[in-house]
Design a protein around this ligand. Structure first.
Ligand code: P6P
Length: 365
């Protein structure tokens, strides 16, 4: 029988590559895996306990919160607030940064997360997920601050997601490739099932909400024609698959090859930057995509080079096979000068990892 490699064992094996590791980072990854098991258990019972439906509250984005949203958010907080690994947290469901309670010690890591992405799918039994990113603390003092949560994605030390689908999987990377673990409910363990995940060279799918097509820019509409092979008789179309859940669409495209995009549009001239949040959705998955041989862009350049200027900042988003994402950039560059003029001033980039970072305000360049 092939050896059962639990996520705990995999984390320890990864830690052994760093002789000076204290184990703090490994313990943080355990705690996230345990949080995932707890959320998975509740989401699998969602139809049986009073956790379906809306909580009759709204989050910072004015989005109706589901009971399971609130449960997942509380779980991520309570499983990580006391461990001494973190100095601050940030959640899609919380307006401001989440400080570590005074009675608990602080650590050197920062956890940003979307506790339950795609929660509108809960009541219709379609997949959803948790997305997380881990940064190092960069500010002075024991306790973390907002600036610790506003680091560019290329400074992430780890990122991952949990997908609550036909099975529950935890997929993560610490910069040493992307590895997937499937939860065995009978053991309560995440077991290594997808080692060194790489996005296939030949893509099969594109994922987008084409109900918004009338609001898309000319460049994005041209892009969809290209994806559908309408621009050339010998150009094979990609198949459309859209789950309404970023984690589900990203996971499928990571395994089968493809592109997911949620572009900026022309509906609101003051909001050309789309729907997805940079800090705890777009950047962590962009980190994974790059580790798996893919790429993520806001339509201009690498998502990982964008310096967040606010906690819930939104970005236009294209993620998947590099050649597919770069084609979107070319069409936007050629056909969308009006949109580019609106969006570029919002875009601050930092090229190069922290030690050699050079901040550049896109609007000035
Ligand atoms: P729409 C879920 O709210 C989410 O952030 C992503 O998971 C998903 O891809 C997208 O929004 C769905 O948005 O506008 O297509 O319903």
């Amino acid at each position: 029988m092939a050896p059962l490699i639990t996520i705990e064992r995999h984390i320890i094996d990864q830690q052994r590559k760093y002789p000076n590791a204290t184990g703090a980072f490994s313990r943080l990854l355990y705690d996230i895996a345990l949080s995932a098991k707890i959320i998975a258990r509740e989401s699998m019972r969602a139809g049986l306990v009073d956790i379906l439906g809306s909580a009759d509250t709204e989050n910072v984005h004015g989005e109706k919160q589901q009971k399971l949203d609130i449960f997942a958010d509380a779980t991520m907080f309570h499983m990580n607030d006391h461990t001494g690994q973190l100095c601050v947290m940030a959640s899609e469901e919380q307006d401001n940064i989440i400080t570590i309670p005074d009675q608990f010690p602080c650590g050197k890591y920062v956890l940003v997360y979307d506790p339950l992405d795609g929660s509108s799918n809960i009541d219709v039994n379609i997949g959803m997920g948790t997305i997380f990113g881990i940064h190092r603390k960069i500010t002075e003092g024991e306790r973390g601050a907002l600036e610790d949560c506003l680091q560019p994605g290329h400074d992430l030390v780890a990122a991952g997601y949990v997908i609550y689908g036909t099975s529950t999987m935890l997929v993560y990377s610490t910069g040493q490739g992307v590895h997937g673990f499937t939860l065995d409910p009978s053991l309560g363990e995440f077991l290594l099932s997808h080692e060194n995940m790489r996005i296939p060279e030949k893509p099969l799918y594109y994922s987008a909400n084409q109900g918004n097509q009338k609001y898309w820019t000319p460049g994005v509409r041209r892009y969809v024609d290209w994806l559908q092979g309408l621009d050339a008789p010998d150009h094979e179309p990609l198949q459309a698959r859209y789950a309404g859940s970023l984690v589900s669409d990203f996971h499928r495209n990571l395994l089968r090859g493809g592109v997911y995009f949620y572009p900026g549009d022309l509906r609101n001239p003051n909001k050309p930057n789309g729907k997805l949040r940079l800090v705890y959705e777009a950047a962590p998955l962009a980190f994974l995509a790059e580790q798996a041989g893919g790429y993520a862009s806001d339509g201009i350049g690498n998502i990982l080079d964008i310096k967040p200027t606010s906690l819930h900042q939104r970005v236009p988003y294209f993620i998947g096979n590099r050649n597919l994402v770069e084609q979107a950039e070319r069409f936007i560059q050629e056909y969308d000068p009006e949109w580019l003029a609106r969006y570029k001033p919002m875009r601050v980039t930092v090229t190069g990892k922290r030690q050699t970072a050079t901040m550049r305000v896109q609007a000035e360049s």
